[in-house]
Design a protein around this ligand. Structure first.
Ligand code: C5P
Length: 235
């Protein structure tokens, strides 16, 4: 499959057209950003890890009944995906306190929540992706009620599936962000699931194996990504 003109370049990925209007090619970069682009850097090898990890997890999620944009892995960094229109919501699920949740509620990080939470941010870099709820999403015409219901139900299914999966790898899934797209009238999972978009803590040592190592200058960033990838056992 051949890449045609570049459609878009984001912080971590480029997206290209193909000869088929229903198919795009996503190309993962090693570039890392945090705090809405204020902090910039490179995580060597990240592009390939995030590409292959996302594809591995999307195939697992498909088997569990969550439709995704995945079509075919083309090489280490590039994947053919269905040409979705992204719903402009960042969908965040949390199992433990951490990050903005812990800060807002003045909680220590790592406290197990009684139930998982679900929240939305409006995907808008100029506004800094503000926290919104489902009523805002409806009022701003970002999604329909039916779409919001589907997104919430898929998000909890993704959570349940990934908690179990990572548990088997000795990892606690603290929280994560996913995005959905519209494709031929359906809502399907799009974007990525990787150490860039999840908080993953070693079950025994509680060591952070995710992008917080970059965000917080903890060091060992590449090693953490490589450790997660190794545990996935992808050939
Ligand atoms: O910062 P916060 O605690 O709200 O992040 C929650 C989860 O969403 C984390 O796993 C983080 O990696 C992810 N996230 C993301 N992209 C953003 C914001 C958060 O992947 N723009």
């Amino acid at each position: 499959m051949e890449k045609l003109e570049q459609l878009y370049e984001g912080k971590a990925k480029k997206v290209f057209k193909t000869a088929d209007p229903d198919v795009l090619i996503v190309s993962y970069k090693d570039d890392a950003t945090a705090f809405n682009g204020e902090k910039k850097g490179t995580i060597v090898g990240k592009g390939a890890i995030n590409n292959r990890m996302t594809n591995h997890l999307f195939k697992l999620l498909e088997k569990k009944g969550v439709p995704t944009h995945y079509i075919e892995e083309l090489n280490d960094r590039e994947t053919a995906v269905k040409a979705v229109k992204i719903v402009p919501l960042e969908v965040i699920v949390r199992n433990y306190s951490a990050g903005s949740f812990a800060k807002k509620l003045r909680m220590e990080e790592g406290i197990k929540l009684k139930t998982p939470t679900l929240e939305f941010s409006y995907k808008d870099d100029d506004l800094g992706d503000p926290f919104i709820n489902g009523y805002y999403a409806l009022a701003l015409d970002l999604a329909t009620q039916d779409e919001i219901d589907k997104i919430a139900s898929y998000a909890f299914k993704v959570n349940e599936t990934l908690i179990n999966y990572f548990d088997g790898l000795g990892i606690d899934l603290i929280d994560f962000k996913i995005e959905f797209g519209r494709y031929k009238g359906d809502i399907i999972l799009a974007d990525e699931i990787s150490p860039d978009t999840c908080r993953l803590w070693d079950k025994e040592t509680h060591e952070k194996l995710d992008k917080d190592r970059f965000r917080r200058d903890l060091g060992g960033v590449e090693d953490a990504y490589a450790e997660v990838f190794k545990r996935l056992g992808i050939q």
